[in-house]
Design a protein around this ligand. Sequence first.
Ligand SMILES: Cc1cc2nc3c(=O)[nH]c(=O)nc-3n(C[C@H](O)[C@H](O)[C@H](O)COP(=O)(O)OP(=O)(O)OC[C@H]3O[C@@H](n4cnc5c(N)ncnc54)[C@H](O)[C@@H]3O)c2cc1C
Length: 487
Amino acid sequence: MTDQIRAVLQESRVEQVEIDRYAEEVSALIGTEKVSNNHIDILSTCRDYWPVSSIWMLEGAVPALPQLVVWPQTTEEVSQILALAHERRIPVIPYGEGSGALGGVVPLKGGIMIDMKRMNRIRELDHENLLVTVECGLNGALYEEQLNRSGYTGGHFPQSLRCSTVGGWLACRAAGQFSTRYGKIEDMVVAAEAVLADGTVFRERSVPRTATGPRVDHLFIGSEGVLGVITTATLRIWPLPEKRHLASYTFEKLEDGLEAIRMFMRAGARPAVVRLYDAQETGNHFPELGDKRCALILLIEGAAAIVNGEKDVIEECVSARNAEDTGPEHVKHWLETRFNISAASRLLQKGAVLDTIEVTTNWHNAYSTYSAMQEALKDVEGTMLASGHWSHVYPEGAALYITVVGFPGDDKIVYYKNIWQSAMTACLAEGAAISHHHGIGLHRGQWMAEEHGKGLDVLGRIKNALDPHGIMNPGKLGLGEVRKWQK
Ligand SMILES: Cc1cc2nc3c(=O)[nH]c(=O)nc-3n(C[C@H](O)[C@H](O)[C@H](O)COP(=O)(O)OP(=O)(O)OC[C@H]3O[C@@H](n4cnc5c(N)ncnc54)[C@H](O)[C@@H]3O)c2cc1C
């Protein structure tokens, strides 16, 4: 069946006889029930949430197809899978839940998908040191639920919480909706265990803030499967908060909202949720607020005394920018609907191309980057909407999240490439970074050289040293040319 499916970006395939021989040998090592070449398994791991995959899927095509799927249950099994693939020069792609937004799991050269879902246990909950050691295939919502049952939170709530894994978070430098208080995933991870392409396993210890040379485990944060497989991680956890305070405000201008946020961050307030919407998104998400002003929603949580103090600091900063207090109800509405993405599927079926583009800026270029990207996107023929909000903030700047919807008619892929080219050009011209949390995957690799300069060569040298045969997730992170997906 998969032979008849068009694999648009497939660059090459390993000889079937090689795959069969590998399947036989790896089955003998890890068990036949953990190895499959069934069509359904091949199809269900061949793609992620990259909008281009969805466009092709509606036309009955896929970006590329793997040749084998394996489900290791232990680190030792991951090591055996990789050592054999390294010896045979067979590509290997780590697979979490396929919620990546940029084609990060697309098996351009075929090979083996390592589906991590059976590595799903919490290995240790350390109450005294507030740490959890978890296997990387654990689903995000199940991770949080298990922590909650013991009185803790992991503090990490990406919109994809229910369809992503802990390993995927680490591999993509993910950000959750509560990141202003709890941090991004790179702030939460204390230590990790990973397996290199040749099967070598290494693990660093979870002792805080070591000065024992560069942390090689931290090199794997953001590595998107190109350096090896992250098998377990030790992460920070927090006691469930004693108090939660919800507040919302509107501002006449976006610049006022940005300045109020900058000032309360400067004063040391760290609300868990800080989201500032432009007027268009305010109208879409909170229709009762209209579409003329810009909404800011805030959620502050923690020990009661700290929450009360933060609330006072924030109220002073927003008043200084003439904010209108619009109460807690809008935040309650947001909390109830924050994981709902059904509108995107409906638009896709109606022929729209829809994507979200997240970048990160300092304060001095936060507004100008928003304006430049929005203008650039509106200039692309077919664009119906280009709106934005800031969803993660720091003392030094903020992440900007742009939503773009277009109805380009038949040539959806050309339109898709055009909007990205326009958005990335505008972003780089403003001095912003090309991604805050979705990562690079396949598609965004084209702008990695502009983003990093010589730094990309350094990353390439590290990759070559750790994976000399280039078997780990070929063509991703801008390392290596992707012939069939050019600018
Ligand atoms: C609707 C929607 C909302 C989203 N919201 C957010 C959000 O709020 N915040 C956010 O940060 N992201 C968000 N994302 C993006 C995506 O969910 C994240 O990138 C997520 O971290 C990917 O996790 P995953 O387990 O699904 O990984 P996958 O998509 O399976 O893999 C992503 C990449 O990581 C690699 N990888 C996966 N597991 C491992 C491992 N154990 N070791 C080494 N490499 C590995 C893969 O090879 C691939 O390159 C969203 C995506 C969608 C579709």
